[in-house]
Design a binder for this molecule. Structure first.
Ligand code: NAD
Length: 277
């Protein structure tokens, strides 16, 4: 007999997650995607503006009540795609309750990142600027390309919807970190900004040998495009990732919440999930 009382295979209980920013673009996508899956269960969601959310059995609460919600409910993970100032409070509340966090929010400053790192000493925290599998692969490929083409000019161009708050995107910063790391120029975390990054150009602005151009385009409802250009006088290489639908980020974040189940407190990245360990 198994604990489930069945005849051989114990039925796995899906991890129970709380989703913050329920009325946001990503919050809505996470709720919709979770509602279609049976390997994860969205048991509650928080929002600053209570609204009707069409998912059965879902507890909808005020964002400010998150600590009580986490302390009182049987929850395995928090999934947060909101704004840095709220995200830090949410992750700290989860860590206080011994609950793992999946953080998709971008635009943290150094102090906020430090607070997330501290929270990860009490409970697992998995943070990624981009939960698309293709972007994780792009990051790895870009590191290889930037090292092999070390003398080539590098430019990073990202394009997002007009409602995006932070620029350049957290993903672009991660890609820049990778280029700098591959070329021995350091760079770490999404709040850092390498000395050779040039954000857009205006007027008389001849290119320096070591600079990396960064361009943030904002228009319409574009989900997210990241392009890395490596060029010299005779050839150019462009590596592009295009997210067609926010569902790809939601799926990755839910996969991360499932992967975190039973993990020790600590700092994790999306690459850890994809490594399959
Ligand atoms: P959005 O503006 O549509 O939603 C933001 C949500 O946060 C809303 O529900 C809003 O009510 C809530 N919010 C804002 N301020 C708040 C506060 N002070 N307290 C509590 N809640 C607050 O934004 P979005 O497009 O859903 O993106 C959210 C975040 O996720 C951004 O940082 C974005 O860059 C990031 N993002 C990450 C990925 C990824 O794969 N990691 C993908 C897409 C977006």
């Amino acid at each position: 007999m198994t604990p489930s009382g069945g005849t051989g295979t114990a039925r796995r209980v899906p991890p129970r997650v709380v989703i913050t920013g329920a009325t946001g673009r990503m919050g809505g996508e996470l709720l919709a995607t979770a509602g279609e899956r049976d390997d994860v269960w969205a048991v509650a969601a928080t929002t600053r503006t209570p609204a009707a959310i069409p998912i059965e059995d879902l507890e909808l609460q005020q964002a400010s009540e998150l600590p009580e919600l986490l302390a009182d409910s049987a929850v395995d993970a928090l999934i947060d795609f909101t704004v840095p100032e709220y995200s830090v409070d949410a992750v700290e509340a989860a860590a206080d309750a011994g609950i793992a966090s999946v953080v998709g929010t971008t635009g943290f400053d150094d102090g906020q990142l430090e607070a997330l790192r501290t929270a990860s000493e009490s409970a697992p925290v998995l943070k990624a600027a981009n939960f698309a599998r293709g972007v994780e692969v792009l990051r790895q490929v870009v590191g290889e390309a930037a090292a092999a083409m070390a003398d080539y000019d590098a430019e990073v161009i990202e394009t997002h919807h007009s409602g995006k708050r932070d620029a350049p995107s957290g993903t672009a910063k991660t890609i820049l970190d990778e280029i700098e790391r591959a070329r021995g120029a350091g760079g770490d975390e999404d709040a850092s900004d390498g000395e050779d990054r040039v954000h857009g150009r205006e007027g008389r602005a001849p290119r320096e040998q070591d600079e990396v151009g960064v361009h943030a385009v904002r228009a319409g409802d574009i989900t997210g495009v990241h392009e890395v250009l490596l060029a010299d006088n005779h050839e150019e290489l462009r590596i592009t990732h295009r997210a067609e639908d926010r569902g790809v980020f939601a799926a990755g974040a839910l996969d991360a919440a499932i992967w975190l189940e039973g993990r020790e407190p600590g700092w994790y990245e999306f690459g850890d999930v994809l490594s399959g360990e």
